[in-house]
Design a binder for this molecule. Structure first.
Ligand code: F6R
Length: 245
């Protein structure tokens, strides 16, 4: 595991964007696993800027997103399709037919099949971008007595519903279920880049960075098993965690 400590969240986003650009510029048909959420949100403007400055070309890139709320229509303002289009895809030269964000309204069994085709039909992911949940989740793989390796339907835990309620008018409006890559799917990416910021991520990041255990109570722990994990955190979070290089 490589840990990069930056001066600020902004610098973390730039660092992560540079790692993504390096992958897109060096792989023949780059395939990216992408994330939504507030932490990943700051990465996309740096990618768009690099595209505008002609430092990166997304025309050969394909993407698969980590997850989506179950029962969420594609054109809902909080859907992850809307997020990806608004914050990234609409601003770059990507072929949208080569992007995939699960459709939360489809029959779950059919959508799981399609998700797997998108993940494994051509090539594996070159790079998976990750945030981490307050619960320690990656994708929507929540703490549990057992984790699931492949694409599946997952119940969100209370802390995730609480954390994500900031995007909805009422907490009751937050969907309770999701469709998500499993931990095994995430682990198959050639490189994983995790970005985290904020005091509410201290417990999960402490578990990742300060202990040697791998517990299903903290799914982010499983990233310790990955051969090419890059963790990017700002110095405030590093201090809160008690981590130094
Ligand atoms: C998003 C995802 C989630 C988020 C995590 C952190 O596609 O899979 O795991 O990365 O919930 O979200 P933020 O950054 O909003 O705290």
């Amino acid at each position: 595991m490589k840990v990069i400590i930056t001066k600020s969240y902004e610098e973390s986003c730039k660092t992560v964007a540079d790692l993504i650009i390096e992958t897109v510029n060096t792989k023949e048909n780059p395939k990216l696993g992408l994330a939504t959420g507030s932490t990943a949100e700051g990465v996309y403007p740096f990618l768009i800027k690099a595209y505008e400055e002609k430092k990166v070309d997304f025309s050969k890139t394909s993407t698969v997103n980590l997850d989506e709320y179950l029962g969420m229509s594609v054109d809902h303002e909080q859907s992850y399709t809307t997020y990806m289009n608004k914050k990234f895809f609409n601003h770059i030269n990507i072929d949208k037919s080569k992007t995939y964000v699960a459709n939360g309204m489809n029959d779950p069994a059919e959508e799981i099949k399609l998700f797997n085709e998108k993940l494994y039909g051509d090539k594996m992911l070159d790079l998976q971008l990750l945030g981490v949940g307050v619960s320690g989740h990656i994708g929507f793989n929540e703490p549990n007595s057992a984790l699931i390796s492949g694409v599946h339907i997952e119940d969100l835990v209370e802390s995730t519903i609480e954390a994500n309620s900031r995007f909805f008018e009422n907490k009751e409006d937050v969907p309770k279920k999701s469709i998500t890559m499993g931990v095994g799917d995430i682990m198959k990416a050639e490189r994983i880049v995790l970005i985290a910021t904020g005091d509410n991520k201290i417990p999960a990041m402490k578990s990742l960075l300060m202990t040697d255990k791998i517990s299903t109570d903290c799914p982010v722990d499983f990233l310790k098993l990955h051969r090419d994990l890059v963790v990017v955190i700002d110095e405030n979070l590093a201090k809160g965690v008690g981590f130094s290089n």
